[in-house]
Write a protein that binds this ligand. Sequence first.
Ligand SMILES: C[S@@+](CC[C@H](N)C(=O)[O-])C[C@H]1O[C@@H](n2cnc3c(N)ncnc32)[C@H](O)[C@@H]1O
Length: 260
Amino acid sequence: MLSYQHLYHAGNAADVHKHALLAWALDYLTRKDKPLTYLETHAGRGLYNLAAVEALKTSEAAQGVNRLAQKFTNAHPYARALADTRTRFGASAYPGSPLIAASLLRDTDVLHLAELHPGEHAHLDATLTPFGAKVLHEDGWQMAISRTPPTPRRGLMLIDPSWEVKTDYETAPKRLAQIHKRWNVGIVMLWYPVLSDGRQRSMTRALTQSIPDILLHEVSFPPARPGHGMVGSGLAVINPPYGFSEEAAHISALFDNKEF
Ligand SMILES: C[S@@+](CC[C@H](N)C(=O)[O-])C[C@H]1O[C@@H](n2cnc3c(N)ncnc32)[C@H](O)[C@@H]1O
């Protein structure tokens, strides 16, 4: 039984970290005039209303997009995707990762999006199918295997679990190793929370042991509220595109200030 709903957390500091680097990587890939595949295993609903009761209940966007968006230039792909979403859906709209991808990719690119929660899947279908995405109501961990290697073979997979299923911490390293073996040219990005109790560390250790070249990038921020366990955001990236480390350092600098 899945209970997580990303609407409570949309636009938080972790979303800014993940979405800014995802947008940068997709923009980089579109500089080459060759089609690509974007796969997402845990897609969420794709479009969030930051004025919704659920989003206002936690107000996590205040520490995230509402504070950090102004630090990006208008030309940054994350800023472009934000502006595109607000133009299409209104000033309080925030793009989930599938909509960021749809906003930056081209008609020749292919999008496969999996979401298991029936309600979230219905929203995703309504928002992303008009963009030509293939919206799947299926288990993302299985989809990651059944749809790799994809056609076109160039491309990127985002794996962004809610981590509410505790076995995800053991599943992720094994599944990433399998995906990498099946699709050795694919860029694979796994998002994970950095927790105050360090629970993610055994997973990141397993990742670096099985995929020695994997790049780990983490940013820190204060907990969204007292006692909240998440104190940072992590991305593990297989086959990072050229220039990714420099961009990640740039993103780190946006988080690295005393205003938090
Ligand atoms: C963190 S949210 C995704 C947010 C989205 N990637 C974004 O950045 O906009 C994780 C989503 O995964 C879904 N989910 C959980 N387990 C899943 C599974 N095994 N397969 C597919 N989706 C799953 C949840 O319902 C939730 O909507």
